[in-house]
Design a protein around this ligand. Structure first.
Ligand code: MGD
Ligand code: MGD
Ligand code: SF4
Ligand code: MO
Length: 733
């Protein structure tokens, strides 16, 4: 496949990367600092999943600050605001401090502190009981991020295959499936977007600058600085829109109509990259014919984007091709037919010839570092529970919401235990009511977290983890422009009785009689074993935080392999896989081999479509208690069009509540009356409105979008949960 693996060769590779001088400078700087009582320790950030290389500075043995590691290609020496505020996680007074067992009723948030031995002993007993009564598959695990690797290993060794993360069905799943159907590979994480070299960048609801994924934001600034044309499509005038030459305030949910019309212009005006399409394309002729009806005039009443603007922006994209990058987005679960929208984004890029080209999508590489040689996991006789009968045939990762459904219904077989690592399920999955209903069916809910989240509040057992600045984690073997390995290592000690995930996972395995799955004694031994296999040394990574591999050609024009892992081995303008599925299941909707437009549900009168997104200083619902980040943004606001606000007699600074289509009300939220949003929708930053009592700083500050997202549109192809068909009225408080 396209996942190119290379043997990186330490010093030689560094010289090739031109980084030896930075490396020397960094080592000299560390030596100078040491003389003045300052000590620097490299690691990588965990305030989100971008995993930026960082350097922490200790002053008199105490954690002082954290900055980017200049050697690291992701951060290039600079962290985003969240990463910089990361030190706050270590002295957050709301932190979990010791293992807790539920005192009485679930959800009451009353606990008894116990020893680790008792906590893990209890957990092991519960796991054994579930296995004995229902089989190990009835224990499910939810996990988000690298830190879950060891616990997943323990649970697989115990015998379950039901392991899921919200990053698929609630995040990038539709995008990845849409791109895989088209190019045979997905945009990846970190995305393989060559934003820095784009001459034209098209952002469709990718709100870079609010969405703070560091490398992308830095490259976005570079692209703006070098005069690239920016085209932003968003119902809200985002930060990115403020940098755009063309801002298209689209009617929410109509992006596929715009994409089809853009492609119609490129094809009818013969502006597409005919050579590229001829060389790599499959099924272009019928695809081109299918576009005929989707003229800019057809798209106008759907999108509210005038035909001349659609033509002008299409021509502008063509002028800069192949260095025109139509960003694939990331959180792509919007309206329930999102894989098809993402396929349209992929096809537009294919017409522009940007996949595999400079200024488009580069071809990433990864260091060849094998996993630890563990014994094979026990074989399960049961299929995974989340996607019975493959009803979503293109889901290639497990569906969190599928496991939740099986937990509620007991079908295809019962799920009796949840192990939850670093995901706040109650707030990450839409329709909180269903998550709580599922929890009622469990014999065991175990949560590993750093703060007493909403999900921890419902748990039978809560295990306090050391923060990322207090622990080792698994290695980050990144698939990126230049291959590299990053190390997370402890910078300070945990203040109380918190433990790192690897320790928890290993101790639990020992209690379950699974010692043979943990041949290593501690994490350093594990890391060394993996590294030494390819001639790297833990000591080098501890000193530099990173080892870089050899740069390889990353564009087709420079010799990167142009391979497409689709059935035709080409870029599929006409999807043979979707065709096959449609043929086998006549009458089943949504599997058209070329994207079709499905209009969104109309907005009821007097109501607004609820949209949500990110703020630069917060990550989801995980940073609101961080003292530093809380101070910068203590609560969220409701963006409402200024005209609508004045019609309702409301002004900025008023407190309002939102009431959704089912009458569910939010907590009070501050109003922001603004011209920066269309009149048919409202917007809020996700992650606020905490209701867990232990989150004292964040408790009842702002409102939660999740509580209002009770109508879910499921993507037939891959089971993603479209969340943008919820409508709210604004009620003064
Ligand atoms: N309504 C709505 N739902 C959404 C989204 C949205 O925008 N709106 N976004 C979706 C997207 S794109 C995603 S990716 C998912 C994200 O969903 P999640 O990954 O569930 O994100 P969080 O809600 O921040 O939950 C992370 C949890 O991990 C805990 N945590 C933080 N650091 C550590 C640590 O070091 N160790 C451990 N053990 N725990 C830690 C936090 O305290 C928090 O409880 O949510 C999805 N769901
Ligand atoms: N600061 C910060 N940065 C983050 C994160 C974080 O928690 N905090 N989380 C990271 C993660 S895991 C993810 S998945 C990404 C998510 O970030 P992105 O993938 O960039 O975007 P979304 O959250 O889906 O989209 C929000 C934007 O889409 C617009 N929008 C809503 N509906 C429509 C529509 O119908 N059409 C169009 N064209 N636009 C629409 C909204 O107005 C908003 O500007 O952010 C990442 N970066
Ligand atoms: S993007 Fe920001 S929060 Fe995420 S890893 Fe990088 S510095 Fe940390
Ligand atoms: Mo995400």
């Amino acid at each position: 496949m396209n996942r190119r693996q290379f043997l990186g060769i330490g010093a030689g590779a560094l010289a090739a990367a031109g980084l030896t001088s930075i490396l020397g400078g960094e080592r000299a700087r560390a030596a100078t600092l040491a003389k003045s009582g300052l000590r620097t320790i490299p690691t990588f950030c965990d305030l989100c999943f971008w995993k930026c290389g960082a350097v922490a500075t200790l002053r008199d043995g105490k954690l002082w600050k954290i900055e980017g590691n200049p050697l690291d290609p992701l951060s290039r020496g600079r962290l985003c605001p969240r990463g910089t505020g990361g030190v706050g996680a270590t002295f957050d007074p709301d932190r979990l401090r010791r293992p807790l067992l539920r005192a009485r009723v679930r959800g009451e948030e009353k606990w008894n502190a116990v020893s680790w031995d008792d906590a893990l002993g209890y957990l092991a007993l519960k796991l054994e009981a579930i296995k004995a009564a229902h089989g190990p598959e009835s224990m499910a695990m939810f996990s988000h991020g690298l830190g879950g690797n060891f616990l997943k290993h323990t649970l697989k060794a115990y015998g379950t295959t039901n392991i899921a993360a919200p990053s698929f069905a609630q995040c990038r799943g539709p995008r990845d499936v849409g791109f895989r159907l088209t190019f045979g590979d997905d945009p990846g994480s970190p995305e393989r977007t060559d934003i820095a070299n784009a001459r034209c960048l098209v952002l469709i609801g990718s709100h870079l600058g609010e969405n703070m994924h560091n490398t992308q934001v830095q490259e976005f600034a570079q692209a703006v600085g070098s005069g690239a044309t920016i085209i932003v499509v968003d119902p809200r005038f985002s930060v990115a829109a403020s940098k755009a030459k063309h801002y298209l305030p689209i009617r929410p949910g109509t992006d596929t109509a715009l994409l089809l019309a853009w492609m119609n212009v490129l094809v009818t005006e013969k502006l597409y990259d005919a050579e590229y399409v001829g060389k790599y394309g499959y099924g272009f002729e019928p695809f081109a014919a299918s576009l005929a009806e989707f003229t800019p005039e057809w798209a106008y009443p759907e999108t509210c984007i005038a035909p001349e603007i659609i033509r002008e922006t299409a021509r502008e994209m063509a002028r800069h091709r192949p260095a025109t990058l139509v960003h694939p987005g990331r959180h792509s679960n919007w309206y329930g037919h999102d894989t098809q929208r993402s396929r349209a984004v992929a096809l537009l890029n294919a017409l522009l010839g940007s996949w595999g080209r400079r200024g488009g999508f580069y071809v990433p590489a990864q260091m060849d570092l094998p996993g630890y040689p563990y014994p094979p996991y026990p074989k399960s006789t049961k299929a995974k529970v989340d996607n019975p009968d493959q009803r979503h045939p293109f889901a290639y990762e497990a569906l969190t919401t599928g496991i939740r459904e099986a937990t509620i219904t007991g079908k295809p077989y019962p799920i009796k235990g949840w192990m939850v690592y670093a995901t706040n399920l109650v707030r990450a999955l839409p329709d909180e009511r269903l998550t709580l209903a599922a929890i009622q069916e469990l014999d065991l809910l175990a949560v590993v977290d750093v703060i007493p989240s909403e999900t921890a509040g419902w748990a039978d057992i809560v295990l306090p983890e050391s923060t990322y600045l207090e622990r080792y984690d698994d290695l980050n073997v990144e698939l990126f422009r230049e291959p590299f390995i990053g190390l997370r290592q402890p910078v300070v000690e945990s203040p109380d009785d918190q433990k790192p995930n690897w320790w928890i996972a290993r101790e639990l395995a020992l209690k379950l009689g699974l010692a043979r799955y943990y041949p290593w004694k501690d994490i350093e031994e594990y890391l060394s074993t993996r590294l030494e296999k390819r001639g790297y040394h833990l000591a080098d990574l501890k000193r530099d935080g990173i080892v870089l591999g050899k740069k390889q050609p990353i564009y087709f024009e420079d010799g990167a392999p142009a391979e497409f892992a689709t059935p035709s081995k080409k870029i599929e303008f006409w999807s043979s896989q979707l065709q096959q599925h449609a043929d086998a299941h006549p009458g089943v909707k949504g599997f058209d081999p070329v994207p079709r437009y499905e209009p969104p549900e109309p907005c009821p009168s007097g109501a607004y479509r609820l949209l949500f997104g990110r703020a630069p200083v917060h990550s989801f619902g995980r940073t609101q208690t961080n003292p530093i980040l809380h101070d910068v943004m203590p609560e969220n606001e409701l963006w409402l069009n200024a005209g609508e606000a004045s019609r309702l007699g409301l002004r900025s600074g008023d407190r309002v509540k939102l009431r959704n289509q089912e009458g569910i009300e939010s907590l009070p939220i501050l109003l922001k009356a603004t011209e920066r949003i269309r009149a048919d929708c409202v917007f809020m930053v996700h992650g606020f409105g905490h209701t867990a009592k232990g989150l004292t700083r964040a408790f009842h500050k702002g409102a939660s979008d999740v509580q209002l997202l009770t109508r879910i549109k499921v993507d037939p192809l891959m089971g993603g949960t479209g969340l943008n068909d919820n409508f709210v009225s604004v009620v003064p408080v």
